[in-house]
Design a protein around this ligand. Structure first.
Ligand SMILES: [Zn+2]
Length: 306
């Protein structure tokens, strides 16, 4: 196998993206196809097809890592917690390895994001990095010395289904969450949650980018919506800092492109963190959408040549 390249696959609900990165972390080959939704065998075949195509172009076999929605149960090896429901309960790792004829590493997609940013992104050189996904859903991953912390239940970093801390009277019990509980951080901090909060307070239906634009143009209700969002994010992350005290927090997902968060949230979180001063940097991602494939490829770490 070539040690010059690593292949990362980002298995998403709508697309499968694959890339080969070289030893310096440069993306050299990239392929993207639609995910055969609700078709398990088709999904396996599509993953293998992307790997073979990339290996043909780099002219060698390379170690493969795959980021998946959900995670592999440590108890059974089967997929759990995936919003791509046709994967749930399936022996995905076994089936991909059998089809490919060699070992493949798997990780949750939020963990891949954290690993990507910790390896050669915004958190490079930091010991402990908390990677946060603020998108359609809210998730997170923890990387310590460029290794993912998986956990005994394989749910490390899944802060999105913790409740919003220090809730105001009008924030309890909070919106109903798809997980069956109410008031989860995801119901306040996802993109759809931001739009729903704005609609609730103004009766106006705006997308998250439109709310950000309106706030920047001086619209007071949009500004108030973003202020509520920033304070809720500060509270959610303060509870992470109290528990993990990471050396850096990196935001990812669609909401990570709101510039104001990086300035406002660190101004708000000292009132919630149990410390006289808070030095934690809150950073935008370096690799953006590429973090899925990059983190999957870095499941074969630089210091551990296959
Ligand atoms: Zn929930």
């Amino acid at each position: 196998m070539s040690v010059r390249f690593r292949i990362g696959i980002d298995l998403g609900g709508t697309k499968i993206e694959g890339a080969a990165i070289d030893a310096c972390g440069r993306v050299r080959v990239r392929h993207r196809i639609a995910t055969p939704t609700h078709n398990y065998d088709g999904t396996i075949a599509a993953i293998i097809g992307v790997i073979r195509k990339i290996e043909q172009e780099i002219g060698a076999l390379a170690p493969v890592g795959i980021g998946i929605p959900g995670t592999l149960s440590p108890a059974t090896g089967l997929v759990k917690n995936a919003n791509s429901t046709w994967l749930i309960g399936r022996p995905l790792q076994h089936d991909v390895e059998t089809a490919l004829g060699r070992p493949v590493r798997f990780a949750n997609d939020a963990n891949c994001f954290a690993l990507s940013e910790a390896t050669d992104g915004a958190g490079a050189g930091k010991n402990t990095v908390f990677g946060v996904i603020l998108g359609t859903g809210v998730g997170g991953g923890i990387a310590v010395r460029r290794q993912i912390i998986v956990g005994g239940n394989a749910i490390s970093g899944e802060w999105g289904h913790n409740p919003l801390p220090w809730p105001l009277p009008n924030e309890v019990p909070g919106p109903k969450c798809w997980c069956g509980r109410s008031g989860c951080l995801e119901t306040f901090l996802s993109g759809p949650a931001l739009a729903a909060d704005h609609r609730f307070h103004t009766a106006q239906t705006l997308s998250p980018p439109a709310i950000v634009e309106a706030a920047a143009a001086g619209d007071p209700p949009a500004h108030a919506t973003l202020s509520r969002y920033a304070d809720r994010l500060a509270r959610g992350l303060a509870s992470v800092i109290n528990l993990l005290d990471p050396d850096a927090i990196v935001l990812g997902g669609g909401m990570s492109s709101i510039p104001a968060l990086y300035e406002r949230v660190p101004r708000l979180w000292p009132r919630y963190v149990f410390s006289d001063r808070v030095a934690t940097p809150l950073l935008p991602p370096v690799h953006g959408d590429s973090s899925g494939v990059r983190g999957a490829a870095w499941l074969w770490p630089p210091e551990q040549e296959p």
